[in-house]
Design a protein around this ligand. Structure first.
Ligand code: S3P
Length: 165
């Protein structure tokens, strides 16, 4: 079984996919980390040196070329389902699970000191909330085509295991 966790930056994809993988005894994979290893640099550096379009191509390539174990829970970058045919590809190769949260909650979680995420670097407070609201409005049409949608508040690993079974 393969489950791809999708959703906006800060929704908890990495935390919860790792917890669920541990709970089920499945492998945990983080596509952002795989991309950084392949690129030999951080995502922030990659954005700076090559730009966002090149990043989107590379993340799609990493999604499709990674050698997935039989049973895996996979954390994905927040933009990944919204480019090319990445969402259809994930739905065809496994299940997708969208962790849904409001812009306000996402902003509260993301507005903590300096971020390594290039899209929100330097944005704080109301400006951050407004940016997230706008981006989420663009992206939710993709996120909502996930196999499963869960509310990011009050999550538990048991609930997640139940949802994907
Ligand atoms: C991005 C989200 C990031 C990372 C990159 C772009 C986005 O991943 O892929 O900074 O476009 O939302 P996380 O959602 O894991 O922070």
């Amino acid at each position: 079984m393969k489950v791809f966790f999708i959703g906006f930056m800060g929704c908890g994809k990495t935390t919860w996919s790792r917890k669920l993988a541990n709970h089920l005894g499945y492998e945990f994979l983080d596509l952002d980390h795989i991309l950084e290893a392949k690129a030999g640099m951080s995502i922030a550096e990659y954005f700076e040196q090559h730009g966002q379009d090149a990043f989107r191509l590379l993340e799609s390539q990493v999604l499709k070329e990674t050698d997935y174990p039989e049973n895996a829970i996979i954390s994905t970058g927040g933009g990944l389902p919204c480019f090319f045919d990445n969402l259809d590809w994930m739905n065809a190769h496994g299940q997708t699970l969208y962790i849904q949260l409001t812009p306000k909650t996402l902003a509260e979680r993301l507005d903590k000191g300096k971020t390594t995420r290039p899209l929100i670097a330097g944005k704080h407070g109301d400006e951050l909330v407004a940016f997230i609201a706008e981006k989420l409005a663009e992206r939710e049409g993709f996120y909502k085509r996930a196999t499963h949608i869960v509310n990011g508040i009050d999550m538990s690993v048991e609930m997640l295991a139940d949802v994907i079974s």
